[in-house]
Design a protein around this ligand. Sequence first.
Ligand code: MN
Length: 254
Amino acid sequence: MKIILKENQKIFFASDFHLGAPDVSSSKKREEKIIRWLDTIKDEAGAIFLVGDIFDFWFEYDKVIPKGFIRFLGKIASLRDRGIPIIFFTGNHDLWMNDYFTEELDIPVYPHPLQIVVNRKKFLVGHGDGLGPGDKKYKFLKTFFTNKTCQLLFKWVHPDIGIRIAQNWSGNSRITNQKKQEDFFKGDQEWLWQYCKHVEQQMHFDYYIFGHRHLPLELPVGDSAHYINLGEWVSQYTYGVFDGQNFQLKHFKY
Ligand SMILES: [Mn+2]
């Protein structure tokens, strides 16, 4: 993908909104905050990348999508209709996004990292789940989650039951993650940082941009590359901005 930014245009990146979690009222406040953020960036946005785990759970049946998030969906629909390119990535919580966003909103959804050239800088962008060494339990589970037969079986469970089961599961995995304290910086053992260093040996990117870790990070990869982690919007409200020259991680405060 190639993007040429006009003067004063910027590219924005955010991930891990986890809309729907942990309950309706806190998700709604977060949704309002995300909408305020989108309103502040819309006039200078040359493109908006939403880099996975936007929904705490998402599943597309043939004729049904999950209830909720209607203001967020309306906002991205209106930004897209104004001509702003919006690019979605699936995360480990919403990996069952299918073609609904593409058909209804003209928003492509990528299940894997994407190479992007913006002006003269090279980016590798993705959610980041399952990349690098480690995370063996998740990689094992992902083979079931992405299995066509498993998905078909799930689709035939009534949505009221299927979605309730999935939401319980999704809530549990986040809670156990907190217990396991996955959300602290592991230094040299950071899987995604290791992954970036590995890729950089074969092919150069200026910026590696991932979510998934829920930690806002800006780390060097070799001499001239950077690994950025976008953090999350449950408590930190961090996002990335690229102005054609430089990349910055920012906190949204309003
Ligand atoms: Mn997440």
